[in-house]
Design a protein around this ligand. Structure first.
Ligand code: F6R
Length: 261
């Protein structure tokens, strides 16, 4: 696992956007994995800037979302499909239908989950998966106790996650759905490069477990320790509980330029 500690979210966004730009130039059909929430917003803004400057095109690429709430009306602003449209998909040049997410309003939920897995596999898998981390250690919505071998399925959100996400629902925790569809941990682990972003002291405990703790379903993000190419980008506050912070800084400062992110 590569740990990169940067001054702020903008510096992190520049590094991630550099890598995505490199991928899109090398292979315009690159498949991206998109997260929602606050963590990727600076990355999306940077990608939009580069698109508007004519540096990158998403026209031949595809993208898969990590998760979706169950039961929000199609036009609800916090439905993840609408959030992704607002934050990135609708601001760049993805082809119609090129961005997909699990269908949280499907009548047959297990069938919708299986179809979503098949769609990801049919696209050849995800090349670069953007991730945030919950304060309880979830990635996507794989809450503590999730099977490390899980695939896309319905999950019940913890009250911690519903409290964390109430800020997107005018502070009303009762408005946050109880259920979601989420890619499983094994689904996420199939992506070729995992890029997790965390900023702020509220993520420090989860980051400590992710990077330096034992692998455990109690801190689901720790499964990433088994991934051959996982990059964790942090600001100083999110990195504040890491024992080997100085070592991670030294490794990154001396990294050969040809290695990329
Ligand atoms: C969202 C997702 C979640 C978030 C996590 C952190 O698609 O998969 O795992 O990444 O809850 O959320 P933020 O970034 O809002 O702190």
């Amino acid at each position: 696992m590569q740990v990169v500690i940067q001054p702020d979210a903008e510096a992190i966004a520049t590094l991630v956007a550099d890598e995505i730009e490199r991928l899109l130039r090398e292979r315009p059909e690159t498949v991206l994995g998109l997260a929602t929430g606050s963590s990727p917003l600076a990355i999306y803004d940077e990608l939009v800037r580069r698109h508007e400057a004519g540096r990158i095109s998403f026209a031949r690429s595809r993208a898969f979302m990590l998760d979706e709430y169950v039961g929000l009306p199609d036009d609800h602003p916090e439905r993840y499909r609408n959030v992704i449209e607002r934050e990135i998909a609708g601001r760049v040049d993805f082809a119609p239908g090129a961005v997909q997410g699990p269908d949280g309003n499907a009548e047959d939920i297990p069938a919708a989950c299986a179809q979503y897995e098949a769609a990801i596999a049919g696209a050849g898998g995800v090349d670069l998966q953007i991730l945030g981390i919950g304060s309880d250690g979830h990635i996507a919505f794989n809450e503590p106790g999730s099977s490390l071998a899980s695939r896309t399925r319905i999950k019940t959100l913890t009250s911690q996650t519903r409290r964390d996400n109430a800020r997107f629902f005018d502070g009303d925790v009762d408005a946050v759905p109880h259920h979601c569809l989420t890619q499983g941990l094994a689904t996420i682990m199939s992506a070729r490069h995992l890029v997790l972003v965390a900023t702020g002291a509220g993520k420090a405990e989860a980051v400590h477990h992710l990077v330096e703790g034992p692998v455990s379903a109690m801190w689901p993000a720790t499964v990433m320790q088994h991934h051959p190419r996982a990059t964790v980008l942090l600001d100083a506050a999110a990195a504040s509980r890491l024992q080997l912070g100085d070592y991670y800084r030294e490794v990154f400062a001396n990294k050969p330029a040809w290695q990329g992110l």
